[in-house]
Design a protein around this ligand. Sequence first.
Ligand code: GLC
Length: 747
Amino acid sequence: MKQTCLIVLLCFVFGLFAFAQTNTNTLKLCEDNIDEIIGMMTNEEKATILVGGPGSLVPGAAGYTREIERLGIPMTVLADGPAGLRIQPKREGIDQTFYCTGFPTSTLLASSWDPELVETVTTAMGNEVLEYGVDVLLAPGMNLHRNPLCGRNFEYYSEDPLLSGKMAAAYVRGVQKNGVGTSVKHFAANNQETNRLENDARISNRALRELYLKNFEIAIKEGKPWTVMSSYNKLNGDYTQQSFGLLTTVLRDEWGFDGIVMTDWGVKDGTVKSSKAGNDLMEPGRQVEIDRILAAVSEGSISQVELDRNVRRMLHYIVKTPHFRGYKFSNKPDLKAHAQVARKAAEESIILLRNEDNTLPLKGSEKVALYGLTSLDFVGIGTGSGEVYTDHIATMQEAMNEAGFTLDQNLAEFYQHYFAQQEAVQKMERNNRWGYRNIREEAELSARAISLQAQENDVAVYVLGRNAGEGADRVLKDDFELNTNERELLQNLSSAYHALGKKLVVVLNVGGVIETASWKHLADAIVLPWSPGQEGAHAVVDVLTGKVNPSGKLPMTFAMQYMDIPSSKNFPYGQNTSGRRGERKDVDFTNYEEDIWVGYRYFQTNNVGVSYPFGYGLSYTTFSYSKPKVKTDKDGFTATITVTNTGKVAGREVVELYVAAPAGGLEKPARELKAFGKTKLLAPGESETLTMKVSTYEMASFNEKNSSWETAVGNYQVMFGASVGDIRATVSFELKNAQSWMVKMMW
Ligand code: GLC
């Protein structure tokens, strides 16, 4: 009897256990049971999802988060980059290819001054992220262009925080429309590549708030990115990934960010400090980081509350992802359609810097002598994690031929031969992903050869190129400045073609600002496409022929010379390695001595001449600006201005709204960009009224002493400009009530 009871009891217990087990196994993660799931997770499981891990779901993806099968938590996939998805184009044993579209780089997108255009581009880009099975695109990169020699400026937008922030917010909205995430990076103050893993950016609170954080603030409030990527560097002594002030006090408590923060691809030894600071995810992730988190929890240096807080944020992220939603991705995005999006975006963003005697547009029937190694080795994007593996980058030779131009064939073949020789050199350079140097050995052409070519052709087009890349900053010699062969070629072309009353057009296919003041007079026209993506060469030719009327404007200043730039005093272009490790100025630490005086804020305020000012760009037509109207209310002001196309061809105009705040109190820039608008394509004679709103908060300056944003009483000048130096109309108003917004100190 007893034995029977025992057997029955054992069966009952086993049954209970099995039931419980089944019950346990049935509770899988879903959007509305996150807290229950957290309650069921072991600390090992919690630590696991806070640390990235290896994966092979999408070859070439930058990283993954880890799965916990028991709870229905899938792995998710993270991949670069700002100009398009970066994954391996070919896979072992599979015929199908996985090329992605190389869209215009961020600096060119910013040159459009058109957030709607940016959103259109990244809606297409985000579709490739979705259809290739990726959950988060590690972009936009948006560190400020503090200095033109930063190697990654092509991945970033502007010297101005408003333009940079608005572009990034539009970028995020477009990508995330596809139900995939973005990662606004690199938060914050990653404004140089030299010693980027350790460099301590030492910045005043005011410069931080008004410049280096302001763009991120706009992007996060107006874009609502799923994730933020903290940067490698230190900021005022703390690694950003370990800075509670940055990642919690400012990012979350003040700006309301509710997503996850991931590290850049390197976790500092202080994993524990990073977790506590609010850096939820460690990438690329190693077991040692899981161990460190667990050890910290068991000894109490990470509290259970802190651990669960980060886990909760990770689970809220995971339930949004296509992988969690079980999306059946096709691996077949419409690359043809996206190529057209890329071409149109480049067309709408290219900048016309110079056009003497209406050299451009060309008629299309001209015999063209096309010069420059870069007419074949066209710089579509750049190097490093911002590169995109496209199946093709159009060249200028190809694009000119496709547009029906008759190219000087001897010259074309000369460059084809020269490029073949150079390509081996460039390939070796490109393989050196980190620290890619950009020296392009321009082919030498004798003055005699050029003079013969000038007789046989109607116009010269010289494509001058500069690449740029992650892992190294640029240099002055032969990079920011022209090299000897380039300068000689320019001079010889200019004299030979001008001697016969013919024109020279220069195309600057560059990843960043170069010196222009010393040679621009040699050219009759200068077109600036930056690194315009895989279809960019076609867009350039569309501008040269007038099929597209250029409407881009500079998102940064072209100084007369490098040393005029305030940050040139301490930017590490000279690789200053003197002094003991830890004490090397500009390498172990960089004092942002120029403070808020970056770009036009400095040049305009101090009346320092520039080669091309911020916001500058020409058109094939002309525009008039009406008398503006400014209506103030308690929250700020609304400005309206009517723009009319007064020329003979259709075109678009960017109107930039600058504000000059009243003198007294804080020293302020002579004018600051506070809004901008771009007209639709206006036919000759057609007008459009643009409306721009600015809040009193957006007018404020940051007072470090009071740790508050302050909008002072007094007279405000509202200026409407075609560039920062070309103000077409001004309206002023009195602000009667001062306003201020206190913020918590970060440190
Ligand atoms: C790199 C870059 C970052 C990129 C990440 C993943 O080091 O700094 O921009 O997203 O690693 O590739």
